[in-house]
Write a protein that binds this ligand. Structure first.
Ligand code: FPP
Length: 246
């Protein structure tokens, strides 16, 4: 039996987040340039989005470019930006056809203008789609996001639009870039690195973590289904004891 058949569709995670790692090593293993790994990684993104739509995952968030990735060699940064632009434009129609909404989180203003414009355009033309929301984390840093939220809350307090008593976890979450989504129940990181790397730090408080050795360009929907089967075997207690569940 394949992993897909083992999934209990009544207990699907609503939101899966992925740290797509290992593109560079995958390319290097084949004696190719790193960019070839990123290009191949786009095929994995496509397959995983289709896999999510296939089984009914409502939110998929992928870490496509971290704030720290700006420190890579300029040629690689440029190639990633160009790949991003060409991919979102090439996929716009297919996103619409499959009822998928494109969303982006991160310090989007730091992206090249063309990238910002094309992103805004594809986000707008897919805004009405309801089957799945694909969120690209771009120039994203969770610490940046948390600091931004704190700043916005402080501004509201200063303007007397918010009182100190109103600041709690829900209020804070509402000021994050992920305000409209449920927190991810499952976070996957590929390529054998067991780190969070500044991704969704607030939102993963109770998220199940899944680390796999598979490099991102080799990751396909069957690997996603395997991760979900593993997720469904876990007992999520949220601080309670086993006997209190159900
Ligand atoms: C990590 O591998 C991957 C990235 C920094 C970029 C991910 C980008 C894509 C998959 C393509 C663009 C995506 C979209 C949605 C258009 P790495 O380079 O850190 O690999 P390494 O650790 O082996 O060096």
């Amino acid at each position: 039996m394949g992993f897909k058949e083992q999934i209990d569709l009544n207990r699907l995670p609503q939101h899966v987040a992925i740290i797509m790692d290992g593109n560079g090593r995958w390319a290097k293993n084949q004696g190719k340039f790193r960019v070839f790994g990123h290009e191949s990684g786009v095929l994995s993104v496509k397959d995983i989005v289709e896999g999510c739509v296939d089984i009914g995952i409502k939110y998929l968030t992928v870490y496509a470019f971290s704030a720290e990735n700006w420190n890579r060699p300029i040629e690689e940064v440029n190639a990633l930006m160009e790949l991003l632009i060409s991919t979102i434009n090439a996929e716009a129609e297919s996103l619409n056809k499959n009822n998928i909404r494109l969303n982006a989180i991160g310090d989007l203003k730091s992206l090249p203008k063309k990238c910002q414009d094309d992103l805004a355009n594809v986000m707008q033309i897919t805004a009405h789609n309801t089957k799945c929301t694909l969120t690209l984390a771009l120039s994203y840093s969770a610490q940046w996001e948390i600091a931004q939220a704190a700043k916005r809350i402080a501004e509201k307090v200063q303007a007397q639009d918010l009182t100190l008593e109103e600041i709690n976890e829900a209020c804070f979450a509402a000021h994050l870039t992920t305000a409209e989504m449920p927190d991810p129940e499952l976070l996957i990181r590929t390529s054998g690195e067991n780190r969070i790397s500044n991704f969704l730090l607030w939102q993963i408080a109770y998220t199940e973590l899944y680390f796999t050795e598979t490099l991102w360009p080799d990751f396909r929907r069957e690997h996603l289904f395997e991760a979900i089967v593993d997720f469904q075997k876990r007992e999520r207690r949220f601080g309670k004891i086993s006997e209190q569940l159900n």
